[in-house]
Design a protein around this ligand. Sequence first.
Ligand SMILES: Nc1nc2c(ncn2[C@@H]2O[C@H](COP(=O)(O)OP(=O)(O)OP(=O)(O)O)[C@@H](O)[C@H]2O)c(=O)[nH]1
Ligand SMILES: [Mg+2]
Length: 316
Amino acid sequence: MSRCCTHESCFADTTCALGNIDRVDCEHWLEPDAIEGTPEKEQTTQTSDVPWNGYALGTRDLTILGGRGCPLVIGLIGPPDSGKTSLLAFVYMWLLKHGSLIDWQFAGSWTLGGWESVVQHCRWTGEPPPSFPPHTSSSGRYPGMLHVTFRDPKGRLQDVLFADAPGEWFTQWARVPGNPTADGARWVIEHADALLMLIDSAALADAKKLPHARRATRDLLERIGAVTPHLPMTVVWTKDDVEVPTHARDVLERACAEFVPHANMAQTTVNEPETIAKCFMDMITAADSSVSIAKNPEPVLSNDPFLAFRGLHVEY
Ligand SMILES: Nc1nc2c(ncn2[C@@H]2O[C@H](COP(=O)(O)OP(=O)(O)OP(=O)(O)O)[C@@H](O)[C@H]2O)c(=O)[nH]1
Ligand SMILES: [Mg+2]
């Protein structure tokens, strides 16, 4: 059968956006000759009724997680090459090795294929030796989301999404926030429950890159501080194995104190993966507590346990 869907919100690997269980019942599920102006090749695309394919989730795929509860979105922000994707690769490798991030147990993922494509370059499988993940492509308009379900110390399941966007988007957003090429950066900043803002120690330690890196990082800190004063944030000095000149460190520490005074500070290096695990654990815990507080505005007005119940996330 060579039918395909003509509805703009349906994709080959998703279920029917209009809710039809059998696509044949949908008016948009058409034979190729019924679709005007569509080339023959596009009409013969194979489709699947499985709602996901294991790779990074797009913004439209997030509904498949919504049924269980509101996922936490952790946004990684930083100039190009600051180490965003490397941090995620090391988080995944940490989870493979330890099965938990401190006391949050790994309990599943919808994007194992996406995680595997991030870490494939970091594995030692013979020659060439392992390296870092490649530069994140900026060809799309929205970031790919990597997913993990954790079981927290109280036994609750919590979905967490890590938004990995290319650094160019953030540099562009810091310069011209309304620019259409910064749509993806805006999406991350608007939807994140917590932000990791990365400062690239290696770029600051390189005399040639220093002036540009310092300015780009300061611009980003200033812009983020202005739009997200309410969000939990950690400023992470990545590549901590590289020494940053004192004057460059001082300038950016002053910028942090001025623009994001609410942010925590952390240092990470891939040479010590526990620094990365701790940084992510702290961020997830902070996002979880801030969302739980926001989700619980109703006061408890009854002593009856049934009427007083406000959800599993609420501290009584
Ligand atoms: N010395 C050192 N280098 C690192 C570390 N983490 C990452 N790098 C280097 O930084 C480079 C860029 O890392 P990525 O993770 O691709 O950076 P990114 O922020 O995702 O970059 P974009 O996708 O281009 O925005 C890597 O290729 C490594 O060479 C670290 O902990 N120490
Ligand atoms: Mg990247």
